[in-house]
Design a protein around this ligand. Structure first.
Ligand code: BG6
Length: 512
């Protein structure tokens, strides 16, 4: 929570419903609204976390009346609600849905919005609190905010709050991210801007902080003295689906690294914050992003690997290569796989590499952070060469099969002194059961309660782009010669393995 944000009631207790407000969704006829936002609102209602005075206005280009919008969203929620559908509960939300039709760059919709918002405030006691969710193509982010501002819809006064949630991608380069930050800052204060990264909505990602900072036993060994390296894998077993138009301009590096993967690195590597207030946590995350060494062109050649999938077999099904996907150039140089070796230049992490890999159409879906500890320093057990001793490894599994595993060496029963690796395993589902979640519940609730801890600040976004900028430059100057260079359904190009083998290490086998 920002100290600037005087509108946030300090006395809110965990589990209290959010403030009365109006959520305005730009892009309300799109995929994100039906798959994530509305199911998340439904789950929040189920938990009793929405105010009785919440209203929702959908804004989109599609010709629809409010009645038709309600019908559409009611059909969608029946399909996308992750839990058993309760029609009574849904009815309470449905009756609070409204629709405004128009193009996002037309002034008239902002006048319509103004009128509709005033009407809702009068009828429903929403108190002039509004938040705008920009679930639109990125070229509309600046114009929408500018027009909302011009229509007097972003100004906070007399205790009412106004906030804007900006979806990904936040820029496509350092320059464009800076320009977008400048546009936003001209209309909004930083505490009104909520740059969303849905990875931060995931329970297990938030649990990295709890794991590190609520358990005294790990923090003392969380540094270069005890840790050899870290491996972060975000593997997907899907291709680019029907997103060729976006993906063939973005590629895997832009799509996944400066946002999702850098969130994972910063939470794993950050210093303990002085409190759990938004800026205290984000200050520490930002320091890590700034401490990641930007690569020289020579380092880009040595420490980065890019790949593009060709045809192959994924989960028993034959799939076409990337260049045959819809809206993808038949000679595309866009990467669908990236592996990087990243170094963090600070006291805690100096010389501890963080290896990252992410890709489409890999053999299985798995997101995890593996912390590899150093070997025990001394060969105590007779006839057990030091290189055969088990090294300790802590794996934080973010999805699927969420949990944490600690590997250590144990004596294999029998008269001989033989050692073998064993795992101590915690599984979320076994311990806590599974709660339906889209990952957006927490983020929407936090925005409605004014807590920006899990949203990105302007400096964090720019720091992330500063790290990837030199890689993008070198890759652009030297188009890859060997694309496609991995078959769909394999773990990426062989160079990804070589990246670690050169350092005498190897990627964790994720086949089982
Ligand atoms: C999105 C990317 O931000 O994250 C997608 O644009 C990717 O390409 C997705 O598939 C991964 O999210 P998750 O939650 O499935 O890991």
């Amino acid at each position: 929570m920002s100290p600037e944000d005087a509108n946030v009631p300090a006395e809110r207790r965990a589990g209290d419903p959010a403030d009365p407000c109006v959520m305005v969704i730009f892009g309300a006829a799109g995929d994100l609204t039906k798959r994530k936002l509305v199911p998340a609102l439904y789950n929040l209602a189920k938990e009793g976390l929405l105010s009785n005075d919440l209203a929702i206005i959908g804004v989109a280009r599609r010709e629809m009346s409010t009645e038709e919008f309600r019908e559409k969203i009611s059909r969608d929620i029946r399909e996308y609600a992750a839990s058993t559908f309760d029609p009574k509960l849904w009815q309470q939300i449905e009756s609070r849905l409204h629709y405004v039709r128009g193009h996002f760059d037309e002034d008239s919709i902002y006048h319509q919005l103004q009128e509709r918002l005033s009407l809702i405030d009068a009828e429903q006691a929403t108190r002039g609190n509004y938040f705008y969710y920009l679930a639109t193509a990125p070229e509309y982010f600046s114009p929408i905010v500018q027009k909302l501002h011009a229509a007097g819809l972003t100004q906070e006064q007399n205790g009412r709050w106004r906030r804007v949630i900006i979806e990904k991608p936040f820029g496509t380069s350092l320059d464009s991210a800076r320009a977008l930050n400048r546009d936003l800052a001209a209309c909004l204060k930083e505490h009104q801007i909520y740059r969303i990264d849905h990875y931060l909505g995931k329970e297990t990602v938030q649990n990295i902080l709890v794991f590190r900072f609520s358990n005294g036993i790990f923090e003392p060994i969380w540094n270069r003295r005890y840790i050899d390296h870290a491996q972060i894998t975000v593997a997907e077993d899907i291709g680019i689906e029907l997103r060729g138009g976006y993906y063939d301009a973005a590629g895997a590096l832009r799509d996944m690294v400066p946002n999702h993967i850098f969130q994972l690195i910063s939470l794993t590597a950050m210093e303990p914050p002085i409190s759990f207030e938004a800026d205290a946590v984000r200050d520490e995350q930002a320091k890590i992003l700034r401490a990641i060494q930007p690569m020289t062109p020579e380092e880009v050649l040595k420490r980065t690997v890019r790949g593009q999938y060709g045809e192959g077999v994924v989960k028993g099904k034959r799939v076409a290569g990337y260049r045959s996907e819809v809206k993808v150039a038949s000679d595309s140089y866009i990467e669908t796989f990236v592996a990087l070796k990243v170094l963090i230049d600070n006291w805690r992490w100096s010389d501890v590499p963080f290896y990252l890999r992410t890709g489409k159409y890999l053999p299985r879906r798995v997101t995890e952070i593996a912390i590899q500890f150093k070997k025990a320093p001394f060969m105590l057990f007779r006839k057990t060469p030091i290189d055969r001793l088990t090294t300790n490894r802590l794996v934080i599994r973010l999805q699927p099969d969420e949990g944490i595993t600690l590997r250590f060496g144990a004596k294999v029963p029998g008269p001989l002194m033989r050692l073998g690796p064993v795992d101590m395993d915690f599984k979320y589902a076994d311990t806590f059961g599974c709660k339906p979640s889209t990952g957006y519940e927490r983020l929407l609730y936090d925005c409605m309660t004014g807590d920006a801890t899990l949203f990105q600040r302007a400096d964090m976004v720019e720091a992330g782009w500063s790290v990837v900028a030199p890689i993008l430059d070198v890759w652009k100057a030297l188009p890859p010669r060997s694309f496609p260079n991995y078959a769909a359904g394999t773990w990426g190009p062989k160079e990804a393995g070589e990246l670690m083998e050169r350092d005498g290490r190897h990627w964790r086998n994720l086949e089982d």
